[in-house]
Design a protein around this ligand. Structure first.
Ligand code: G4P
Length: 525
């Protein structure tokens, strides 16, 4: 099969949800369809217990699981599907955001009883920023759920995207009878279908056909009314609008009961985009180009703390990736060869000789890679699009073992390369500041510094609200701002200037007093 065909059959996507909405369950069912796993329960939930008692042991366990489940690839109906897993725990949200920068589309899972939740909104923001096409799966319809029209309205208003239901539920909870597949004009009768053998679908091209009553009784009238409203309110599905992230198709079902999942998957492979072109700092790179290029979007530490080696996850953007071939590590300006690149099939890892655009390759790394690094066949370019966001929590790092300051510096450098947290350095004080999305990361850093680098540290509080990357077209104004605010200036790891705002008020004042300065909460602007 040529490069073209290989690309066309690939679908690389992420499943996201607020914790507990059913992401893990849905992932598992998709893998069952792909034959990648044989039984339910084979995919361990890639999430730390959601209780506040998450401790280091949970994190260790999570690390073990998440390498295996970082990428789950399977074949289905002549397609190669790559699901990129994202951590469920909100403290690891940054990791999720980064993964979302390399997917070509996303499935958002929403709990039908709860509707749009906090984490879903944040994740959608990232999708919106990147114009990633999304499909919504409203889950747990076997439980009493909210009114379906209300749910659609809520998705439109809270996630700020137009919706288009491609299936429609008939009741919910005890009275859940099934869904009507609007896309294929089929009635799907509800029943747990773990074995995937039974076909519960009945074709009904015309819901006015009185035969439908036989299956769903007097719910038929309600269904007809609902479908009438749908056809009036929601224009027919437009592939172009979906691909342009203007409209999100919506499916209803129950992942746990494997209900509505096959319809989702069948529609997904039909409409979801194949690997897309990606922008670099010099040009737009097309997947169909002959020469290889790829981007590192995730780095995972080895489970064995005695070995500091890691796995760098590379998404192939264009051309073919070949084992034992020389590639240019653009940032380090040196050629590298990989003798044991791995691919991930469900929970198994195996060495591969070739990979195509859309595929994820795991490269053994001894500390050469940073998130965002580009590999090419020699071309000097860097892929854009792995932004860092202003962290939410900040602490000073204090070295408690002066004999080990080198180890501490190295550990901090490498852990933050991995994306565990962000590292800033005060411009005046030279003090190191760690910024994270959640409190758990501080625990992770302290533990790993000690166990992997032999360095010990404590954290001290710092009054900080946000880090802002700054820019101005007026050079003099920028210099003036930096001098006047030197106490609040820091560098990020790339030596870029950052303004540290102590409070929302301090930020507001700075914005008012220095109108020529632009303040950004993400590193990419
Ligand atoms: P997450 O990855 O999004 O955090 O959610 P996960 O799949 O772990 O699902 C969270 C809980 O919701 C699980 O129950 C799961 O069994 C349940 N669930 C998922 N889909 C459905 C559905 O369609 N219907 C119903 N009724 N429940 C569903 P749990 O008790 O927290 O975990 P477990 O002990 O079952 O693993």
């Amino acid at each position: 099969m040529g490069l073209k065909e290989e690309i066309k059959k690939r679908r690389t996507f992420g499943i996201v949800s607020h914790p507990d909405a059913g992401k893990t369950t849905l992932t598992e069912k998709l893998l069952l369809f792909g034959g990648a796993i044989q039984e339910a329960g084979a995919v361990k939930s890639n999430k730390i217990k959601k209780s506040a008692t998450s401790d280091w042991m949970d994190i260790e366990r999570q690390r073990g699981i998440s390498v295996a489940t970082s990428v789950m690839a399977f074949d289905y109906s002549n397609h190669k599907i790559n699901i990129l897993d994202t951590p469920g725990h909100k403290d690891f949200a940054e990791d999720t955001y980064r993964t979302l920068t390399v997917v070509d589309s996303v499935i958002i899972v929403i709990d039908g009883a709860k509707g749009v939740e906090e984490q879903t909104k944040k994740l959608m923001e990232v999708c919106r920023m990147r114009k990633t096409p999304v499909i919504v799966f409203i889950n747990k319809m076997d439980r009493p759920s909210r009114d379906s029209f209300d749910l659609l309205d809520e998705i439109e208003s809270q996630l700020q995207i137009k919706v288009n239901p491609l299936s429609w539920p008939i009741g919910s909870g005890q009275s859940f009878k099934g869904v009507y597949n609007i896309y294929e004009k089929k009635l799907m009768l509800f029943g747990a279908n773990e074995k995937l053998t039974e076909d519960n679908s009945i074709e009904f091209h015309d819901v006015n056909d009185s035969g439908i009553e036989e299956y769903i009784g007097n719910s038929a009238n309600q269904l007809r009314d609902d479908l009438n409203i749908i056809s009036e309110v929601y224009p027919s599905f437009s592939l172009e609008e979906y691909r342009n992230a203007i409209v999100a198709p919506v499916f209803f079902g129950s992942a746990l009961n494997n209900f509505g999942v096959k319809e989702l998957l069948d529609c997904f492979i039909e409409i979801a985009p194949q690997p897309l072109p990606k922008q670099s700092d010099t040009r737009l790179v097309d997947p169909f180009e002959d020469t290889f290029s790829g981007i590192v979007f995730k780095i995972h530490a080895n489970m064995d703390p005695k070995h500091r080696d890691r796995i760098a996850f590379v998404k192939v953007v264009s051309g073919k990736f070949l084992r034992n071939f020389n590639y240019l590590h653009v940032r380090q300006n040196r050629m590298m060869k990989f003798s044991s690149p791995t691919a991930f099939m469900a929970s198994k890892k195996s060495i591969i000789d070739i990979a195509f655009p859309g595929d994820i390759v795991g490269l053994h790394d001894t500390g050469n890679f940073k998130i965002g690094d580009t590999l090419t066949e020699g071309e000097i370019m860097n892929f854009k699009g792995i932004p860092t966001f202003s962290p939410e929590l900040f602490k000073y790092v204090v070295n408690t073992d002066p004999m080990k300051s080198k180890q501490l510096a190295k550990g901090l450098e490498q852990l933050t390369d991995e994306g565990v947290a962000q590292l800033f350095t005060g411009q005046l004080s030279s003090r190191k500041i760690i910024g994270t999305v959640g409190a758990l990361q501080f625990e992770v850093i302290q533990f790993r510094l000690l166990h992997e680098y032999g360095a010990s540290c404590i954290f001290e509080p710092i009054q900080l609200y946000k880090t802002c990357w700054i820019k101005s077209s007026d050079k003099k104004a920028l210099e003036d701002f930096k001098i006047r605010k030197i106490q609040n200036m820091a560098f990020d790891k790339d030596k870029r200037d950052l303004f540290l705002a102590d409070s929302p008020y301090a930020l507001q004042i700075a914005q008012e007093k220095f109108p020529k300065i632009e303040f950004y909460f993400t590193s990419e602007f």
